[in-house]
Each structure stands twice: as structure tokens, then as C-alpha cells.
Design a protein around this ligand. Structure first.
Ligand code: ZN
Length: 45
């Protein structure tokens, strides 16, 4: 069993996940909004 959860909001991803790179690691999020949120968080010092 491999359920994918969003790295930003921690909800289960149904269907297609969006892959983003955070700190050089590929992570999966549920939507574009979460992808942007992760990348904003990463940009913080
Ligand atoms: Zn999400």
C-alpha cells in the first residue's frame, strides 16, 4: 500500500500529484497552491 500525502497540508492526494523540489528533494503536493506554499516556506531564511 502506498498512499501519497501532500507535503504541505498533509491530506491524501487523490489522482495526480504535483511534484515540486524543496531543498533539492522531490516532494508531492495535492495542488498548485500547496506547491507555492512549500516553495515560499523554503525561501525563508
Ligand atoms: Zn495540499
Amino acid at each position: 500500500m502506498s498512499e501519497t500525502t501532500c507535503a504541505a497540508c498533509d491530506c491524501e492526494i487523490e489522482g495526480e500529484a504535483i511534484q515540486v523540489n524543496v531543498g533539492g528533494k522531490p516532494v508531492e503536493v495535492c495542488c498548485q497552491e500547496c506547491a507555492e506554499r512549500l516553495q515560499e516556506a523554503q525561501a525563508l531564511p
